[in-house]
Ligand binder design. Structure first.
Ligand SMILES: Cc1cc2nc3c(=O)[nH]c(=O)nc-3n(C[C@H](O)[C@H](O)[C@H](O)COP(=O)(O)OP(=O)(O)OC[C@H]3O[C@@H](n4cnc5c(N)ncnc54)[C@H](O)[C@@H]3O)c2cc1C
Length: 362
């Protein structure tokens, strides 16, 4: 049986490991002791009891393959070397090292316990704050504004974005729906506004938003300025190139640096899709099928290359009942309103699905 090493047990690495488990000897190497379903991290800032269900052990994930806890220090198409010096050989290597995000939304470092601590600390600070500001009008900032204004309707919540509309890159109808619902929840939107003096870009902190009149109250400020791809392993590879977001450039079969048996997907790779789980739901099945064909002896260039989603898809709940979505179908995407967003994602945040995939639904 052929050996496959996957670096990174986030959404991409986990989906691929499960899809290849039957046909290959899979070794999934992950720095953390537990998977964090970070799509539900935003609501856990207002409801930290959710942590018990979104930080999930890896021990029941694979039937045949193994999940190894460790940090990969270098990767080639012949295998990986762990930080302690141990080498793991493989016939195919996949690097799915993902991205970082500001605290408390994604774990930083290799401890899931530290992530729990960071969410609980943010929750305690939030409870004590009267004025909350979120800087960044992308999915995380918008969703956080929706969750806080729903859970704490008496707090003053301000959402600041340097773009003229929320969710830049998506349709005007989608932005308008989110803006209207947030205003109804009492969120003050400051669009086309650049915050010049953000004391920290990586963690929540107390500060003053404006630098004009001097009569601004102090806010609890959550920076939500976007994901930073984690690409250290590619930086060591001769010929690796990166796009403007810092994602590694890959060929049509998701291979970086001119390599033939090393692949990448998810947030780390410039696949043509945005950095979302929605994108991974297309990439992982395609890559599993391609790798299975490769392991069965097919020449990769004889297989169909990866085609990104035709449109950018994202589901943005604003609390359990509200929100809006763009489904990545048809040429320009399909708009879905409050009801469909709540039904598909808002109520449960896909938590039951991940508990089931990890064997922890019972
Ligand atoms: C708060 C928040 C909410 C989000 N909600 C949604 C949503 O609702 N829907 C949606 O579509 N997208 C959402 N996203 C985006 C989504 O989280 C990312 O697209 C997704 O995490 C990317 O998955 P990935 O597997 O590529 O990387 P990651 O999830 O970042 O996983 C990478 C993994 O690799 C491991 N790793 C890194 N380097 C090494 C190494 N050298 N050795 C070993 N292990 C390593 C890390 O520990 C990590 O577990 C959200 C993002 C944030 C921040």
């Amino acid at each position: 049986m052929k050996r496959v090493v996957i670096v990174g047990g986030g959404y991409a690495g986990v989906a691929l490991a499960r899809a290849l488990d039957r046909n290959a000897e899979v070794c999934l190497v992950e720095a953390r002791d537990r998977f964090v379903h970070n799509a539900a991290a935003i609501r856990s800032v207002v409801a930290p009891a959710l942590l018990e269900r979104i930080v999930i052990p890896y021990d029941r994930l694979l039937r045949r393959g193994a999940v190894r806890r460790g940090v990969v220090a270098s990767a080639s198409e012949h295998g990986v070397v762990l930080a302690g010096g141990e080498a793991i050989e493989a016939d195919v290597v996949i690097v799915a090292t993902g991205s970082r995000y500001a605290e408390p939304f994604k774990p930083d470092g290799d401890s899931a316990a530290a992530f729990n601590g960071s969410i609980r600390a943010a929750h305690a600070t939030l409870r004590a704050a009267d004025n909350v500001a979120i800087v960044g009008g992308g999915a995380v900032g918008v969703e956080l504004a929706g969750e806080i204004s729903t859970a704490f309707p008496n707090k003053s919540v301000t959402l600041v974005s340097n773009a003229p509309a929320l969710m830049p890159g998506y349709s005007a109808k989608f932005s308008r729906a989110l803006q209207t619902q947030l205003r109804r929840k009492g969120v003050q939107l400051r669009l086309d506004t650049r915050v010049e003096t953000l004391a920290h870009r990586e963690r929540p902190h107390a500060g003053i938003l404006g630098n004009d009149a001097g009569d601004e109250p102090r806010h609890l400020i959550f920076p939500a300025l976007g994901a930073q791809p984690v690409t250290a392993l590619f930086r060591e590879m001769v010929g690796a190139r990166f796009d403007r977001q810092g994602r590694v450039i890959v060929d049509g079969w998701l291979r970086p640096a001119g390599l033939s048996r090393l692949f990448s997907l998810g947030d780390a790779a410039a696949t043509g899709d945005p950095m979302t789980i929605v994108a991974i739901t297309r990439q992982a099945p395609w890559l599993a099928k391609t790798i299975n064909a490769l392991l069965a002896g097919r020449r990769i260039e004889s297989l169909a290359p990866y085609k990104p989603w035709p449109a950018r898809g994202i589901l943005v709940p604003l609390g359990p009942q509200d929100g809006a979505s763009m489904l990545p179908i048809l040429g320009r995407g399909w708009f879905a309103g409050r009801w469909a967003t709540a039904l598909i994602k808002g109520r449960e945040l896909f938590i039951p699905r991940y508990l089931k995939e990890f064997g922890y639904d019972k």
